[in-house]
Design a protein. Structure first.
Lengths: 287, 537
């Protein structure tokens, strides 16, 4: 029994560690951005036939169809993707946490109205909703910034967080902790902010990291469909789209952004997995 | 490890076995079979007097014939529904004699009056871009202005004779009549179902079905006078198929041809010995370059304009466009009538460019803005140009705009003094390129097509003389002189002509992309096995 528990602990710790390392590498890549992702290198970056160059010492991941360095673009894409995903997750989180706490604590008709709204949003397939929102926001003239993508991802992604936090809050609302607080005359706002929020924080972190992974994937999908952040800022999704016709003559143009997306999503999933394990352990320790 | 395995897998797939099917080996063209092709854009209309886009015209062209047409592999005019024509010595009267026994698909006779009806309809129609092509016909102005519907210069002499009377000689008259809007129309065809949904079949094929935006199916029609133009039994054209998808479908055998290959597909196929012979390229009648407003400083000095031409590295542009372009010394594409093939494009000579700039009083160069389009190709060209000009001391900034904003801006003398420029000729004659682009008659405060506002009295005189010259040799010589003047005066940075690329399966024979008609499969035939199926290799 004891051995079993410690093995589980080791595994969750290891996945958290691997996830964290990968995340640090991605963030580092996004911050350092080796090379110039924008300059067209017609003379040095294209073959005699005008095609992208395969990986070499000069450009470790090769060049793209305009002679730009793919590694530099993957790095710049990391910064775009992580930036968009961070903002979208924070925004989704603030909506989700607020809705979840209010619904879970208030209960009654407030809970029913809020949860039916969540059901309504969830009834639309995520991708369809995201595409609809992205096109609507584009129409509104916000084409020169990443704002439409961030809003789209946040508006489509807050529901899961709201649900999870509501469930947790409902349990807590009936706990001795809250009853005690109420007994000494604490206002509902104080109870929510001082007593409930700190207690759902651990769940929030796990949900946020999972949501982050989903946002990276969704941002790539939107970019692939041409609804992502506007050019010339590179994103992995658009790199995949631009490289697709070269799958035969320059497969690195599809492989590099494809693997970057896979690694980023796995990294954040591992991290979330690990964090969930650690949170569960913490609780076990306190008990 | 998985990555490496994936790369290895893709690499292993690369050496290609070539086409899956082969030609059956017929020694003489055989009839029958279904040709399946696709286009990147949709058919907008099947009305010959309205259609002005490539895909619509490609479909219409296979269904209608005019009095004259183009030869299979060149822009030479040859008889089509007319068996011959006579031009009066003063070049003002064209008399066409129809072939005997011509009928439409339903067996009804084709008569001279039907041509008069079609031409007068185009003149009278407000939404037809073709009316103005007939402006030189006597009485056409009155019809264009809507005063009458009967054009006095278009005369039906009898059922087999049609006469056109012009107000001035026009060397491009026959080219204009080769366009689909000049195909015959009966009175019933105008009263019946709208022509937009299907033209009156006077050509080799007739419409089976048009599922708008998806596909059109044509079938060989009965009673056509020339069986060599309808050897393929059935033609199916899919609309809205992007070019990379077209090529995939082509490789899988779902299409018999793929057009306008992507850079990657084109280079790949050129490197496959088994595929390369089936790749076809053709310079189209278009011109790309950069225009300079010669009224504005510093472009008012010829030496500056020449320096700009010397500064540009044409080889790099061709490389950037991955071989889908040929660099040029002017606006007439290889094979065009009147082109002087002995002129070579300006060499890439930055030293000479610097010397010319210094001579013109700009030893330290200058800065200027370049207006271009917001598409990938235009962006590539602008960045390349910027690098070239920087090398001779000119500092260039780039402004990207939409096509409509661009078209509006460059047609006014107050617009940008330096920008990209593109022009596509309607017919294979210098008249549809040199005149609108460089004759001073086309300078205007608005909607000018002489985008560089270039005025040269000698050139004007040559172009005017060439327009009315009916002796082809003399006319060609005049245009060659015009080409020399333009090359030397350099109102544009002469750019390139786009190439049409198309690949077909080996069993598609007798096909060559035409310089004017896009996707003209009327001369082609399918070399299929005895059972009508494709023969596997």
């Amino acid at each position: 029994m004891l051995a079993c528990v410690s093995r589980v602990r080791r595994e969750t710790r290891r996945s958290a560690l691997i996830g964290a390392i990968l995340v640090v590498v991605l963030v580092g890549l996004g911050v350092i951005t080796p090379g110039d992702p924008h300059t067209l290198e017609v003379d040095r970056g294209l073959s005699e036939l005008g095609l992208p160059l395969p990986p070499s010492a000069d450009s470790p991941l090769g060049t793209d169809h305009l002679g730009r360095d793919v590694l530099a673009r993957i790095a710049a894409g990391a910064s775009t993707s992580l930036g968009v995903a961070t903002l979208a997750t924070l925004l989704a989180l603030s909506i989700g946490v607020a809705v979840g706490l209010i619904a879970g604590y208030a209960g009654g008709w407030v809970d029913r109205v809020l949860m039916r709204t969540v059901d309504l949003v969830l009834a639309f397939p995520f991708l369809l909703l995201a595409i609809l929102l992205a096109s609507l926001l584009r129409e509104s003239g916000l084409t020169t910034s990443s704002a439409p993508v961030v809003l789209t991802l946040a508006l489509a992604g807050w529901t899961t967080m709201a649900r999870v936090i509501r469930t947790k809050t409902m349990t807590l609302a009936r706990s001795e902790l809250v009853i005690a607080a109420r007994a000494i005359g604490a206002s509902p706002l104080r109870i929510v902010v001082r007593h409930l929020l700190p207690n759902v924080a651990s769940v929030v972190v796990v949900v946020a990291v999972l949501g982050f992974a989903q946002n990276i994937l969704a941002e790539s999908v939107l970019s692939y469909l041409g609804l992502g952040p506007p050019p010339p800022d590179p994103t992995w999704g658009r790199m995949l789209y631009e490289g697709r016709t070269f799958y035969r003559t320059a497969p690195h143009l599809v492989l590099a952004p494809g693997l970057a997306i896979v690694i980023a999503v796995i990294a954040f999933n591992l991290l979330a997995e690990g964090l969930r394990g650690l949170v569960a352990e913490d609780r076990a320790d306190y008990r | 490890m998985k990555t490496l395995a994936l790369i290895a897998l893709i690499a292993a797939c690369s050496p290609d076995r070539g086409p899956r099917w082969r030609e059956a080996g017929a020694t003489t063209p055989r009839a029958g079979g279904t040709l399946r092709i696709a286009s990147q854009t949709a058919i907008t209309t099947l009305d010959p007097a309205v259609a002005y886009d490539e895909t619509s015209i490609a479909a219409i062209h296979m269904m209608v014939d005019g009095l004259v047409g183009y030869a299979v592999d060149s822009t030479a005019v040859e008889p089509r529904l007319a068996e011959r024509w006579d031009i009066s010595p003063d070049g003002l009267t064209y008399r066409f004699t129809l072939r005997a026994g011509l009928t439409y698909a339903d067996g009804k006779r084709i008569v001279a009056r039907d041509f008069e009806r079609a031409l007068e309809r185009a003149l009278a129609m407000k939404d037809s871009p073709y009316g103005s092509h007939l402006a030189g016909v006597a009485g056409a102005q009155a019809v264009l202005e809507g005063k009458t519907t009967d054009c006095t210069g278009i005369v039906t002499i009898d059922d087999r004779t049609l006469e056109l009377r012009l107000t001035a000689p026009n060397a491009a008259m026959l080219y204009e009549l080769a366009m689909p809007f000049a195909a015959p129309l009966t009175e019933e065809s105008l009263a019946g179902a709208p022509l937009r949904r299907g033209p009156l079949p006077s050509g080799p094929y007739e419409l089976v079905e048009w599922d708008e935006g998806r596909r059109i199916e044509l079938v060989r029609r009965a009673h056509y006078h020339d069986p060599t133009r309808q050897r393929i039994e059935r033609i199916v054209l899919l609309e809205n198929v992007p070019r990379d998808l077209q090529f995939m479908m082509f490789e899988r055998g779902e299409l018999d041809a793929a057009e306008r290959l992507t850079a990657s597909d084109l280079r790949w196929i050129q490197q496959q010995p088994a595929w390369a012979p089936h790749l076809k390229t053709r310079a189209l009648m278009n011109a790309f370059g950069s225009r300079m407003n010669v009224r504005e400083k510093p472009f008012d000095d010829k030496r500056v304009r020449q320096a700009m031409n010397y500064a540009v590295d044409k080889q790099r542009i061709v490389k950037l466009l991955t071989g889908t372009a040929v660099s040029s010394h002017g606006v007439l594409a290889p094979g065009a009538f009147g082109r002087d093939d002995t002129i070579a494009p300006y060499p890439h000579d930055p030293a000479k460019a610097r010397a010319l700039l210094a001579e013109a009083g700009y030893p330290d160069g200058f800065s200027l803005d370049y207006m271009t389009l917001a598409d990938e190709e235009a962006e590539k060209l602008a960045v390349s140009l910027k690098a070239d000009l920087a090398a001779v001391g000119i500092d260039m900034s780039i402004t990207q705009v939409t096509f409509s904003a661009f078209a509006d801006a460059i047609s006014k003398p107050t617009g940008p003094k330096f920008s990209i420029v593109t022009w596509v000729g309607d017919f294979p004659d210098p008249l549809s390129l040199l005149d609108p682009l460089f004759h001073s008659r086309y300078i205007a405060e608005e909607n000018a097509t002489n985008f560089s506002f270039f005025k040269n009295t000698e050139l004007d005189g040559i172009l005017d003389a060439a327009r009315g010259e009916t002796d082809l040799a003399k006319r060609a010589a005049l245009y060659k002189r015009a080409e020399r003047i333009l090359y030397d005066e350099a109102p544009w940075i002469w750019g390139y002509h786009q190439l049409m690329t198309e690949v077909t399966h080996p069993y598609v024979r007798g096909y060559q992309p035409h310089p004017i008609w896009v996707r003209d499969y009327t001369p082609a035939w399918l070399d299929l096995g005895a059972d009508g199926e494709r023969v596997e290799r």
